[in-house]
Write a protein that binds this ligand. Structure first.
Ligand SMILES: Nc1ncnc2c1ncn2[C@@H]1O[C@H](COP(=O)(O)OP(=O)(O)OP(=O)(O)O)[C@@H](O)[C@H]1O
Ligand SMILES: [Mg+2]
Length: 219
């Protein structure tokens, strides 16, 4: 198993007060390497919370998340930074591209940590990804000059720049029309198949969820 989530609990607010909100209540899930998985469930059911926990951006109150056998709550310092930036690629509902940077620059951002000058190999990798996403002709444009679908594809390229084992996508098609949404999902599936990447996709769309190998519903 690549990811093993073992009875995690997560609540927000102060326990025992009206602000107490149990979001994940003993949740378990195992995901194998290369699997494609959809996470569905009503608003507020904890989908984003779960992705944040898998990405080690937040910690469960109790329970464990193992990534390739390592309990991610034990990672600190450089190891934690490396896990977040190298093992996981994140794509959000709204792309969160930097408005002042070109598409190409945005794609390279996650690879810049630790370098004064971007190594040629990373630039080449970025260029290959941008071509792969069908964005070559618009690579010098800024997000304000790109369509919604182009921005989301750029966000996928950015998520892949460090060659992560897992892609986590939180409603990446939420702001797209049906045609662009389907195209983006096809692209995710192609990438996963080509490169053996594990894909965990949060979506409200039953149709898109149905294209994944497995659907997990949070209630
Ligand atoms: N930082 C926080 N502080 C307090 N409550 C929070 C916090 N983050 C999330 N919550 C609450 O936890 C619950 C789950 O939130 P989460 O964002 O995981 O839901 P979701 O399933 O992603 O919903 P949506 O489909 O609307 O994106 C919600 O009730 C939310 O209000
Ligand atoms: Mg959410």
């Amino acid at each position: 198993m690549l990811i093993e989530i073992d009875r995690i609990f997560k609540s927000y607010g102060t326990p025992g007060t009206p602000s107490d909100r149990k979001v994940l209540d003993g949740f378990s899930l195992s995901v194998s390497d290369g699997e494609t998985l959809a996470i569905t469930g009503p608003s507020g059911s904890g989908k984003t919370t779960l992705l944040n926990l898998i990405a080690a951006l937040d910690r469960p109150d109790s329970g464990k998340i193992l990534f390739a056998g390592t309990d991610i709550s034990t990672l600190t310092g450089t190891n934690l930074d490396r896990f977040r930036s190298r093992s996981i690629g994140l794509v959000f509902q709204l792309h969160h591209l930097l408005p002042q940077c070109t598409l190409m620059e945005n794609v390279l951002v996650p690879a810049l940590a630790g370098y004064r000058k971007v190594p040629e190999a990373i630039v080449e990798r970025g260029e290959a990804l941008v071509k792969r996403m069908g964005l070559w002709d618009v690579r010098h444009q800024k997000p304000g000059e790109l369509s919604g679908g182009e921005c989301q594809r750029a966000a996928v390229a950015r998520a892949l720049i460090n060659n992560p084992q897992v892609l986590l996508a939180d409603e990446p098609t939420g702001a797209l029309d049906q045609v662009n949404a389907r195209n983006l999902i096809s692209l995710f599936l192609e990438i996963s198949k080509e490169q053996g990447k594990t894909l965990i996709l949060v979506t409200h769309s039953g149709e898109l969820a149905g294209k994944m190998g497995r659907v997990v519903n949070l209630t």
